[in-house]
Design a protein around this ligand. Structure first.
Ligand code: HEM
Length: 189
């Protein structure tokens, strides 16, 4: 395992070869103790969860099992001379290892789906958050625009009044001048 950089990285980050060896021995003993119950299935789910959490890809787990299988077959050939017995043992080992891998790989798939669902939920929440931010911004901008329009209208009315006052000015001046002339005339008569 230490020859594969990806695996070496995982081992260095999360464990040690010594610890993994002990874990594997305990696991193999439980695998061949002849009891397949709820706890057995739960433990396989835990193995998948742990491997998924540390980023161990299923293909590495499966190839690890290939090594285990080769090793066990060698032991069978060394320990038994009877061919029928060898065949029966190899077949039993194959079934047990196959069942084990099916359980773990299915649990891997469940973990993968859960992670995807969580990712989807996170993205949905992020989109919701962004939409709410944008709509708050739009609301603020529209309130600002409303205030500016009101200001413009008020300014327009003011300008209109100014223009009207200025337009009246010459007329008023003319009237005042005429009035002044009339008064001068009255005074000089
Ligand atoms: C034959 C295939 C494998 C089997 C049967 C196996 C079994 C296990 C088990 C039973 C655990 C403990 C799970 C728990 O209780 O949380 C475990 C954890 C772990 N496995 Fe595997 N594993 C296999 C392959 C691998 C491979 C190829 C790596 C390579 C990096 C690996 C790295 C780890 C690590 C780092 C942990 C967590 C830390 C620890 O328990 O020391 N495993 N594995």
């Amino acid at each position: 395992m230490l020859q594969v950089p990806e695996l070496k990285g995982i081992i260095t980050a999360y464990s040690t070869v010594g610890r993994l060896r002990k874990t594997l021995i305990t696991h193999m003993l439980s695998l061949f103790n002849g009891v397949i119950d709820d706890d057995f299935v739960k433990l396989r789910t835990k193995v998948a969860k742990t491997h998924y959490r540390i980023g161990l890809q299923p293909r590495w787990y499966s190839s690890g099992f290939q090594n285990v299988q080769n090793h066990l077959q060698r032991i069978v050939f060394e320990q038994t001379k009877n061919e029928d017995e060898q065949r029966a043992l190899i077949s039993a080992i194959g079934k047990i290892l196959n069942h084990e891998q099916q359980l773990v790989l299915e649990a891997y798939e469940v973990e993968h789906l859960k992670a995807r669902e969580n990712q989807y939920k996170e993205i949905k929440e992020e989109v919701k958050r962004k939409i709410s931010l944008v709509s708050e911004e739009v609301l603020y901008l529209s309130e600002e625009t409303d205030a500016s329009v009101k200001q413009l209208i008020e300014n327009g009315q003011f300008v209109k009044m100014q223009i009207a006052t200025r337009a009246e000015q010459p007329l008023r001046s003319k009237t005042m001048a005429e009035e002044g002339q009339k008064r001068m005339q009255i005074l000089t008569e």
